[in-house]
Design a binder for this molecule. Structure first.
Ligand code: 6PG
Length: 247
């Protein structure tokens, strides 16, 4: 059951990122007003980097960063110095510009993957509120790969959507790189799930997810349906270019 899903299309990746940065502040302020803090899970990849650059440029003084608890949706099993590290890239682009440390909870990519999946699961269980027997994030930012993967849930590992664990070890299908990922049930347990997707290489999968639903079950991103809140798809025009319905 998907309580609510909406789609917004923006002319360019920069306009998309600027629009979401504005929305990110609004949503964070709402949660901070209501709860005193906000629990956010970040994804990796290229699209969020544009967002982090805008936040670092225009929002350093207007967002109450100390009240945002940062977690990750997934992490590559590399150390933080690697340019593959989702935490490392966020630290270099954004966190290095803001004086916060205590509220950043990275997945330790350099640890043993199985041990780290257990450790991070325990951290989320103790730090986050629980509903439906799973930790609940306020905001989860997701991307989507050309193959329809999201987080580090790949088309050949759809079982991670239904796992009853909080985090699992995933394996990138072509590189073999190990990753730690939130499972589908944890992602879907979140209040606001926001996809940030850009580029023509995503257009076919987006069309199948939105207009050929019987073709889309093989894509992990098609299974992201918030049970507690809403899914908002932020696309640039290229990613949305094959959609018949105009938004
Ligand atoms: C990761 C991400 C992954 C990413 C997609 C889209 O660790 O790589 O979590 O799921 O969101 O691959 O990446 P782009 O934003 O670069 O297209």
């Amino acid at each position: 059951m998907n309580r609510k899903a909406s789609l917004k299309i923006f002319e360019t990746p920069l306009i998309l990122a600027e629009a979401f940065a504005k929305e990110f502040k609004i949503i964070c302020d709402e949660f901070i007003l209501k709860n005193g803090f906000v629990n956010v899970a970040l994804s990796g990849g290229n699209t969020p980097k544009l967002l982090f650059e805008i936040l670092a440029k225009d929002y350093i003084s207007s967002i109450d960063w100390k009240r945002i608890n940062f977690y990750w949706v997934d992490e590559r099993c590399v150390n933080a110095e690697s340019n593959e590290s989702n935490y490392g890239e966020t630290e270099r682009i954004l966190f290095s510009k803001i004086n916060i440390q205590n509220n950043i909870h990275r997945i330790t990519g350099e640890n043993d993957p199985e041990e780290e999946a257990l450790r991070y699961s325990g951290l989320l269980k103790s730090n986050l509120p629980e509903i439906n027997n799973f930790p609940k994030f306020d905001i989860v930012l997701l991307g989507m790969g050309d193959d329809g993967h999201t987080a580090s849930i790949f088309p050949d590992q759809l079982n991670l959507l239904e796992s009853d664990k909080i985090c699992e070890v995933a394996v990138h299908p072509s590189s073999g790189q190990k990753r730690i990922t939130l499972t589908g049930k944890v992602i879907n347990n979140s209040e606001k799930i926001i996809f940030l997707i850009k580029g023509k290489s995503k257009a076919e999968v987006i069309k199948d997810i939105f207009e050929n639903k019987n073709e889309s079950d093989r894509f992990p991103a098609a299974h992201i349906k918030s049970t507690e809140g809403e899914v908002i798809w932020y696309l640039d025009e290229e990613a949305g270019s094959l959609l018949n319905q105009k938004f």
